[in-house]
Design a protein around this ligand. Sequence first.
Ligand SMILES: NC(=O)c1ccc[n+]([C@@H]2O[C@H](COP(=O)([O-])OP(=O)(O)OC[C@H]3O[C@@H](n4cnc5c(N)ncnc54)[C@H](OP(=O)(O)O)[C@@H]3O)[C@@H](O)[C@H]2O)c1
Length: 287
Amino acid sequence: MSTYLVFGATGNVGRRVAERLARGGAAVRATSRTPEAAKPPQGVEVITPDLEAPGALDDVDAAFLMWPFHSAEPARPLVDALKRRVRHVVFMTGGGALPGVAPEKQPNPVARWHATVERLIERSGMDWTVLSPSTFMANALWWSTQIKAGDSVRGAFGSLAMTPIHQDDIAAVAVHALTEPGHEGHRYTLTGPEVLTQAEQVRLIGEAIGRPLRWQELTLEQERARLQADPGFPAGFVDELLDGYTTMAAAPRPRVTSAVPDITGAPATTLSAWAAEHAAAFGGARR
Ligand SMILES: NC(=O)c1ccc[n+]([C@@H]2O[C@H](COP(=O)([O-])OP(=O)(O)OC[C@H]3O[C@@H](n4cnc5c(N)ncnc54)[C@H](OP(=O)(O)O)[C@@H]3O)[C@@H](O)[C@H]2O)c1
């Protein structure tokens, strides 16, 4: 039986990759900095993310790697450890990393460090698959406090068009790439099934929870101050997010790709379905 390593197995995507692999009967080893608190799915062994530790990569055939770091610095030791033991790495890169563009020419720091890791993996000699997902639907949970408290969501870039993707669709693709032949050497751009502005996403969440919601536009500096004061928003991520949105706003309107249905055989999940699934997080009843 193949053993799979899932790096970042308590995260949005990693948790679902580990769950799907375990449900399919695979042996799964997953990482968390606090294994005792990780609450893994049934049958998943949790280790710390030290891949040089004895036994960490024993019997591992393929690994799912995401990038929780805020630089490319940890990449070399991590990729070196993997390439000594692992045949195939499926790497989830940052949505902003432009394909075929050298790291130093990427549009912002987040894209630069993701592109650096991609390049290291592609030159490592391991088989590789890169998944480049669009904006996660899960990001909408950052609006949950505002939605629970009232009928409007304040933010910048309300007219910014995105192709939000369900984290489980990314995980489904990752599992296909890990467990089936034929995905080696591919870089897949993964999107949800529709192009939606942030204001449209808020409206659809309102429909899913049965309460009209509207977008209230802030200036960039008002939004920076609001996020910095928001205890529910990841500390240290404010400038990264706003830089990313500024880059996206200057880029051509995004397009839906068919990668999710092509690879999984199932349609990509709509934002309305995601919102209905997460209604309780927005103060609505789960449908
Ligand atoms: N959000 C988006 O819209 C979007 C779009 C495209 C791409 N992405 C990319 O997706 C990645 C984030 O994925 P995600 O949302 O699934 O992750 P996440 O939910 O933020 O989870 C992070 C995972 O990494 C682990 N982790 C955190 N810091 C770590 C460290 N210093 N060393 C080792 N492990 C660490 C955490 O586990 P423990 O805390 O248990 O250790 C957790 O399992 C980023 O590369 C981001 O650029 C995001």
